[in-house]
Write a protein that binds this ligand. Structure first.
Ligand code: G6P
Length: 483
C-alpha cells in the first residue's frame, strides 16, 4: 500500500481543537463546532488539499469521543470542516493538567501578559520542574501525531504557547516538513521573560526556533521575541529583516495581523436567535445609552478596572445616573487556575457594589452575565453605543474588531493601547492606558456624548481596518510564508 495514502499535506496543531463534545441528557455524545479564525481558515483550503487538525481532548466527553473513534480520528459525521480530518489526542489527565493548567496557563500566559504579582509569584520549585517534564511529554505527543500524519514535504502550522517545543521536536524527526509556529498572545520583553528559569527560557526559544517561520500578531510582540533570542541565546538577530540565525539555520519572524471574519459575522447576525436577543435587550435598556464589554473572565482583560471606571463615571458625572446601562459579559474561563477563581469573585463583588451604590427601583446600572451566549453577544454589538475593550495586554483582541462590524448605528470603541488591535484601529478608537481608570472614565463619557455623525464615521473606518485581514487570508499567509 502506498504509505502516502491518508497522509496530510497541511496540518494544524493546537491545544483547543475545532470541535468539542458534551454528554447529552440521554447519555449520548453531542458535539459543538468551535468558531474562530483558524476553523474558517482551514476549512477554506481543506476541500482541495488533504488536511489534518491535531488537538487535545479537553474534557471527559472529548475522551469518550476519542475512545469511540479509531486511532482518535474523529469522523466527519455532523461537523463539517470542509473535509479536514481531526485527530484528538487523549493525553493522560495528570500530564495534561500539568502542561495546560500549570505550565501553559499559570506560567507562560502569565509571563507573556506580564500578570505576576511579583512579591509573591512566580517561584519555580520542584513541583514546577515536574510540571515542566509533563509539558515536554504533552508537546511530544503532538509532535508524534504530526510526524506520523504528515505526508512528504507537508506544511505544519503549530499554534500558540501550549506547543512551543513542538517545532524543534518535529524538525528533529522530519526535516522534510515545512514548519510554522504562530503566537496568538503577546511576547514578553526580555526583562520579564528572564523570570523563567534560565534553562526553561532557553528550551522554549530553541523549541520555537525549530520552525521555519514564526508568526506574531503585532510588530511589538515579534520584536520582543527577537530581543529574547538575542539576549538569552546570543543568536544572530537581524532586527530589520526580522530573522534569527541559530543552530546553522535562519528562521524568519513575521507579523500577520488577524482581522474579524466580516462575512461570517454578518451572516450569523441575520439569524432569528440574534434578532430575538436584540429585542430582549432593547426592552431591557429602553432609551438609555448602552455600554458593552465581552470577555472571558480573564486577568489580562482588566475587567475590574473597567468596572471601576464605570463606577467613577456614575460617581463623578451624576447626569448619567438612570441614563446608561452597562452590560458586562464575563464568560467562565480556566477555572482550574486559582487566580482566575479569585478574579471572578472580585468581578462579581465589584458589580454587586456598583448596583448597591447607584441602583434604583427602576434602574440597574450594571448587568453582569457570566453564562456564555454567543447570539446575545452579537445582538449586543449591534446596539451598543460604546464598546469597552481595556486589556492590560492582549495579542490582538477580536472583540474590538467584531463589535464595529456588527454595529447598526455606529459604536464608539474605548480601546487599550496595549491590545494588538490598537495597531490597526488606531485613533478611530478612543485609546486609553488600561491602568488609568480616570482616563477610561473620560473615554466612556466621550464615547457616550460623541456626535452621531462622528461616531458613525469613525466606526466605518474601524470596520474597514477590522476586516482588512480576514482569517482565511491570515491562514493562507502563514502557509505562503513557508514557501
Ligand atoms: C487565547 C489563546 C488560545 C486559547 C484561548 C481560550 O486566545 O491564544 O490559544 O484557546 O485563549 O483559552 P482556553 O484556555 O479556554 O483554550
Amino acid at each position: 500500500m502506498d504509505d502516502q495514502v491518508d497522509k496530510a499535506q497541511i496540518l494544524v496543531a493546537s491545544n483547543r481543537g475545532p470541535v468539542s463534545f458534551s454528554v447529552a441528557d440521554d447519555g449520548s455524545l453531542a458535539f459543538r463546532r468551535g468558531g474562530g479564525g483558524l476553523v474558517s481558515g482551514l476549512s477554506s483550503v481543506a476541500a482541495d488539499i488533504e488536511t489534518l487538525w491535531v488537538c487535545a481532548a479537553l474534557s471527559d466527553a472529548d475522551r469518550k469521543a476519542v475512545a469511540a473513534a479509531p486511532e482518535g480520528r474523529l469522523d466527519q459525521a455532523g461537523f463539517d470542516l470542509g473535509g479536514a480530518r481531526v485527530r484528538m489526542l487523549d493525553i493522560a489527565p495528570e500530564t495534561f493538567a500539568d502542561a495546560y493548567t500549570w505550565v501553559a496557563n499559570s506560567t507562560l500566559w502569565f509571563v507573556h501578559h506580564m500578570l505576576y504579582d511579583t512579591p509573591n509569584k512566580p517561584g519555580f520549585d520542584a513541583t514546577f520542574r515536574h510540571q515542566w517534564e509533563n509539558y515536554r511529554s504533552y508537546n511530544a505527543a503532538f509532535a508524534e501525531a504530526l510526524v506520523t500524519g504528515a505526508g512528504e514535504g507537508a506544511k505544519v502550522a503549530v499554534q500558540d504557547y501550549h506547543l512551543a517545543l513542538v517545532p524543534r521536536m518535529v524538525r528533529g524527526r522530519r526535516p522534510d516538513l515545512r514548519i510554522a509556529h504562530f503566537s496568538h498572545t503577546p511576547w514578553a520583553p526580555p526583562e520579564y521573560f528572564r523570570m523563567l528559569p534560565t534553562d526553561v527560557g532557553r528550551e522554549l526559544l530553541e523549541g520555537m526556533l525549530g520552525a521555519d517561520h514564526l508568526g506574531f500578531l503585532s510588530s511589538r510582540w515579534a520584536d520582543a521575541f527577537l530581543e529574547c533570542c538575542a539576549r538569552f541565546l546570543h543568536a544572530g538577530v537581524d532586527r530589520r529583516a526580522r530573522t534569527v540565525q541559530f543552530g546553522g539555520r535562519i528562521v524568519k519572524v513575521g507579523v500577520h495581523g488577524l482581522g474579524a471574519d466580516g462575512a461570517f459575522l454578518r451572516e450569523r447576525a441575520e439569524a432569528d436567535d440574534v434578532a430575538q436577543r436584540r429585542g430582549e435587550l432593547r426592552e431591557l435598556v429602553g432609551d438609555r445609552k448602552l455600554i458593552v464589554r465581552v470577555d472571558r473572565t480573564e486577568l489580562s482583560k482588566n475587567i475590574v478596572r473597567g468596572l471601576a471606571a464605570y463606577r467613577e463615571l456614575l460617581a463623578t458625572r451624576p447626569e448619567w445616573r438612570g441614563r446608561v446601562t452597562h452590560m458586562a459579559y464575563a464568560y467562565p474561563s480556566r477555572g482550574d487556575v486559582p487566580e482566575y477563581r479569585e478574579y471572578t469573585a472580585a468581578v462579581q463583588r465589584l458589580a454587586k457594589e456598583i448596583n448597591e451604590e447607584f441602583g434604583t427601583d427602576d434602574w440597574t446600572p450594571l448587568i453582569l452575565e457570566v453564562n456564555d451566549d454567543f447570539p446575545r453577544s452579537l445582538a449586543s454589538y449591534q446596539i451598543a453605543d460604546v464598546l469597552l475593550v481595556n486589556p492590560i495586554r492582549d495579542g490582538m483582541n477580536l472583540v474590538a474588531k467584531e463589535g464595529p462590524v456588527l454595529s447598526l448605528e455606529g459604536c464608539a470603541v474605548v480601546l487599550s493601547t496595549e491590545a494588538g488591535a490598537a495597531d490597526d484601529l488606531g485613533k478611530n478608537a478612543l485609546l486609553i492606558n488600561p491602568y488609568d481608570i480616570s482616563e477610561t472614565t473620560e473615554a466612556l463619557h466621550k464615547g457616550l456624548t460623541m456626535p452621531q455623525e462622528e461616531r458613525r464615521a469613525r466606526c466605518e473606518r474601524m470596520v474597514e481596518a477590522a476586516t482588512a485581514l480576514p482569517p482565511q487570508r491570515w491562514f493562507t499567509d502563514q502557509l505562503r510564508a513557508l514557501g
